[in-house]
Design a protein around this ligand. Structure first.
Ligand code: ATP
Length: 303
C-alpha cells in the first residue's frame, strides 16, 4: 500500500437490499487519490457517487472490494483508532440539517474543540465569507450561507483529507468563485480533496483528475485535460456561410480552416467561433446526456 495514496479503492461494490429487489449502486470501481491531489468524482444522479464517498467516510459498510483511507480500512476501525482517524478527515455532506440555534462563531468554536490542531475560528469564518454573519444564528441564515457554514465546519479541524459532496449547491456565482479560491488555498497547504459536483466548470477549475461514474461503474478516469481521449477534444469551427446558414466543421487545425475560409469568402467569416470542447461537453458525450437533462439534474440537486 503506497503512502503517497490517501485513498485506494479496488473493486468496490455496494448493494442495497437483498435478493431480486437489491440495488447494485456501486459495481466494481477502482481509483486512487494521491496526497495533495484534488480528485473530482462526477456522474449523473444515482450513479453511485454518494454511496462511494460515504463508504470512504466510514458511514457505510461495503458489499465487496478493498478500500483504504489514510492507510487504513475505515470498516475495521473502532474506538480510539476511529476517533484519531476521524480527526484527520473533514467532511462536507450533501445536505446538513440546520435547525442549529447556535451562532456561526459558536458552532465553529464548539466543532474546533473536537480536534487536536484546529484552525483559527475567525480565520475560517472570513475564509468562507461569513464575517458579517459571525454572530448570527445558523438557522437564520440563507441556504447558501448555511452551505458556507457546512464548508467551514468541514475545514475547521485542519483535515489532511477533505470530502466535499456538492459543496457549492445554492452558492451565488461570486460565492462559488470565492470558494474556488479557498479550495486552491487548501490544496496549496497540502490538503487532499475528494470532490463530487454536478458543476462541470467547478471540476475543471479545481480538479487535477476526474473519475466519471455511471450506473455504478467507472466510465473514464484521467486528468481534466485528457478525459475522454484526444478524439473527444477536436475543436469545432462554426461560421455563417453566405446563402447557406450556419456551418460547422471539426478539425485538428482550426487556424488553417479559418485561413481557408477567409481566402474563399474574401472577407471575415460572419459569426465565426472556434470552440474547444469543455469538460462538460466531453462528460456529456461520455454519459450520453443532453445539456437540458444535465441542467434539470442540477436544478433537482439545488432544489
Ligand atoms: N439507502 C439506500 N437504500 C436503497 N437504495 C439506495 C440507498 N442509497 C442509495 N441508493 C440507490 O443507490 C443508487 C446510487 O445512489 P447514490 O446516492 O450513491 O448516487 P449519486 O451518484 O450520489 O446520486 P446524486 O447525484 O443524485 O447524489 C441509486 O439508485 C439510489 O437509489
Amino acid at each position: 500500500m503506497s503512502s503517497e495514496h490517501v485513498i485506494e479503492v479496488r473493486g468496490l461494490q455496494k448493494s442495497y437490499g437483498l435478493g431480486a429487489g437489491a440495488v447494485r449502486a456501486v459495481d466494481g470501481i477502482d481509483f486512487t487519490i494521491e496526497r495533495g491531489e484534488v480528485f473530482a468524482l462526477l456522474g449523473p444522479n444515482g450513479a453511485g457517487k454518494s454511496s462511494t464517498v460515504e463508504i470512504l467516510e466510514g458511514y457505510h459498510d461495503r458489499s465487496g472490494g478493498d478500500v483504504t483511507v489514510l492507510g487504513v480500512d475505515p470498516q475495521k476501525l473502532h474506538g480510539r483508532g476511529l476517533l484519531d482517524w476521524k480527526a484527520r478527515i473533514g467532511i462536507v455532506l450533501q445536505s446538513n440539517t440546520h435547525d442549529n440555534v447556535l451562532t456561526v462563531r459558536q458552532s465553529l468554536t464548539q466543532f474546533a474543540s473536537f480536534y487536536p490542531n484546529p484552525r483559527e475560528v475567525d480565520e475560517v469564518i472570513a475564509a468562507v465569507g461569513l464575517s458579517e454573519k459571525a454572530d448570527a444564528r445558523v438557522n437564520k441564515l440563507s441556504g447558501g450561507q448555511r452551505r458556507r457554514v457546512d464548508v467551514a465546519l468541514g475545514i475547521i479541524g485542519r483535515p489532511e483529507l477533505l470530502f466535499l459532496d456538492e459543496p457549492t449547491t445554492g452558492f451565488d456565482p461570486e460565492a462559488r468563485r470565492e470558494f474556488w479560491g479557498l479550495i486552491r488555498g487548501l490544496q496549496a497547504e497540502g490538503t487532499s480533496i475528494l470532490l463530487t459536483t454536478h458543476y462541470l466548470d467547478e471540476a475543471a477549475q479545481l480538479a487535477n483528475r476526474v473519475g466519471i461514474i455511471a450506473a455504478g461503474r467507472l466510465v473514464d478516469l484521467g486528468r481534466v485535460g485528457e478525459i475522454g481521449g484526444p478524439d473527444a477534444r477536436v475543436p469545432l469551427v462554426r461560421w455563417r456561410e453566405p446563402g447557406a446558414g450556419i456551418r460547422e466543421q471539426r478539425t485538428h487545425q482550426p487556424a488553417a480552416l479559418v485561413a481557408e475560409l477567409v481566402a474563399r469568402l474574401g472577407a471575415e467569416p460572419a459569426e465565426l467561433e472556434v470552440i474547444r470542447p469543455s469538460l462538460e461537453d466531453v462528460y456529456l458525450q461520455l454519459i450520453k446526456k443532453t445539456p437540458t437533462e444535465l441542467a434539470d439534474e442540477r436544478e433537482g440537486v439545488a432544489a
